[in-house]
Design a protein around this ligand. Sequence first.
Ligand SMILES: NC(=O)c1ccc[n+]([C@@H]2O[C@H](COP(=O)([O-])OP(=O)(O)OC[C@H]3O[C@@H](n4cnc5c(N)ncnc54)[C@H](OP(=O)(O)O)[C@@H]3O)[C@@H](O)[C@H]2O)c1
Length: 276
Amino acid sequence: MAILITGASAGFGEAMSRAFVAAGYTVVGAARRADKLKALAAELGDGFFPLEMDMSRTESIHDALHNLPEHLREIDCLINNAGLALGLDSADSAEFADWETMIQTNIIGLTFLTRQILPQMVARKAGYIINIGSIAGTYPYPGGNVYGATKAYVRQFSLNLRADLAGTNVRVSNIEPGLCGGTEFSNVRFKGDDERAAKLYENVQFIRPEDIAETALWLYQRPAHMNVNSIEIMPVAQSFGALPVVRDAVPPVAAGEQNFEKQSTSLFAKIKSWFK
Ligand SMILES: NC(=O)c1ccc[n+]([C@@H]2O[C@H](COP(=O)([O-])OP(=O)(O)OC[C@H]3O[C@@H](n4cnc5c(N)ncnc54)[C@H](OP(=O)(O)O)[C@@H]3O)[C@@H](O)[C@H]2O)c1
């Protein structure tokens, strides 16, 4: 019986691998960078099995699962953590290729892998899917366009899984973190502009990968009758702002609206004339 953690080569996934192995579980840690996984395996020993897998390619996921040693094929907990944001540009100028990569990894990869693992959990009437969503899936922000949309998908997919899995004992949770430092998330988002990434975390007490790892472990160790649907975690330093109102821009009146205005004015004049 193993815990399968995707995105184990960095950030949350690496911290979760450490936490689960330290708690005595066997972890299969998946990612693309084999060297990083190898280094983690050297550190964690027998409790960690490195699995090279590209979440943006369904055939890579399929092959990786089929190459797993027999004794690690039974997955008791799947932690769908691998994911990324690319760019922070406005929707009208963002790179479409970045959108495709996010959709392919955060949505299609996650969905395909879940579909591969679920049948064995349902057959055993036991198991746990822990998804890593984001507060970006609930709260929109400028430049969050497709990244936020992929995480909204993860949130709704998690809830819909719960609906399908009623009566199977398989649990599903969605962890929705806010600003978290100590990972490669922003370095990836800003495509190697490490200075820009570092600025985001300057003088901020952010959430640490260990906080997310402890949360995932806590969820997994809850009693079998208990399902936490979602957990939203923000650093105390992060909060909500007012919705912006654009004051100077006067929207142009559409042709259809002009027509409607004319019609409604004449109708109003007619009604008024009835009461004279
Ligand atoms: N950090 C935050 O502030 C934050 C907040 C909310 C949610 N999240 C979410 O938390 C999750 C982990 O983020 P993180 O902060 O730990 O980021 P990170 O440090 O950049 O780690 C991302 C992990 O995902 C893996 N990954 C990315 N693309 C992959 C692919 N195509 N195939 C396989 N693995 C892939 C990476 O491994 P390889 O590059 O080796 O493949 C890496 O291990 C993501 O889903 C992210 O959206 C992060």
